[in-house]
Design a protein around this ligand. Structure first.
Ligand code: ADE
Length: 234
């Protein structure tokens, strides 16, 4: 039996999913509304976790402990770090890491959480494949890239910081929750995938582009998730 936890940081990333659920009941925890019900025939819990890594980590733990989810999908928007990813394109996670973790002074790699032994949290290959196939179905004109999500409690809007994230981490997109969701899913042994539509280029134009494109980008990502559930339910 599968039960899919679907997390978006912002309301516009989950509003369509919540509207499309049937027989959903709302459970409140840690200031978050967990919508538990069926989505496209699959058991699902849809939740807006709020922005940033702490909110995201708490949310995954609640999905694991209270709802017993078997899979976690993160849907939302991100800034592009890859020239092949334009505004409106979609990034599906190969892996994710924390770009703001720095314990190099004790010999750890930049981005490595001490004592974990690695810095990249690997996404579930089957979920990533499902996401890619679903995207071809619902968003056939949209360019999709499999790549690395780098996350930190920071909105990236400068060329210098963007260059740093590319040179240090080979990141493909930057956002503020994915690595925490990946980290929490890993600790709980739950397969995960992050799906992010590009809303800006994480550079000096990000401040202007983000408000213009976030809505359409968030919708594309959510539509893809809905299509994935049709496959996951069987
Ligand atoms: N989410 C969307 N765009 C972003 C950016 N440039 N930095 C961090 N999070 C984002």
């Amino acid at each position: 039996m599968i039960k899919v936890g679907i997390i978006g940081a912002m309301e516009l990333e989950v509003e369509q999913l919540k509207a499309d659920m049937s027989e959903a009941k709302i459970v409140k925890k840690a200031g978050m509304d967990f919508h538990e019900g069926a989505l496209n025939g699959a058991d699902a819990v849809v939740v807006r976790c709020g922005i940033g890594k702490v909110n995201a980590a708490l949310c995954v733990q609640i999905l694991a402990d209270v709802f017993g989810v078997t899979h976690v999908i993160n849907t939302g928007v991100a800034g592009s770090l890859n020239a092949a990813l334009d505004i409106g394109d979609i990034l599906i996670s190969k892996d994710a890491l924390h770009h703001d973790m720095d314990v190099r002074v004790f010999g750890y790699q930049l981005g490595e959480v001490p004592q974990m032994g690695f810095r990249e949290f690997t996404a579930d290959v089957q979920l990533a494949d499902l996401a890619r196939n679903a995207c071809e179905k619902v968003n056939p004109d949209i360019n999709v890239v499999l790549g690395r999500v780098v996350s930190g409690d920071q909105f990236i809007s400068s060329k210098e910081v963007k260059e740093h994230l590319i040179s240090e981490f080979h990141g493909d997109c930057a956002e503020m929750e994915g690595a925490s969701i990946a980290h929490g899913a890993y600790l709980n042994g739950i397969p995960f995938v992050i799906i992010r539509a590009i809303s800006d280029k994480a550079d000096d134009s990000a401040e202007m582009d983000y408000p213009t494109f976030e809505k359409a980008a968030a919708r594309h990502s959510a539509a893809l998730v809905e299509e994935m559930l049709k496959e996951l339910r069987s």
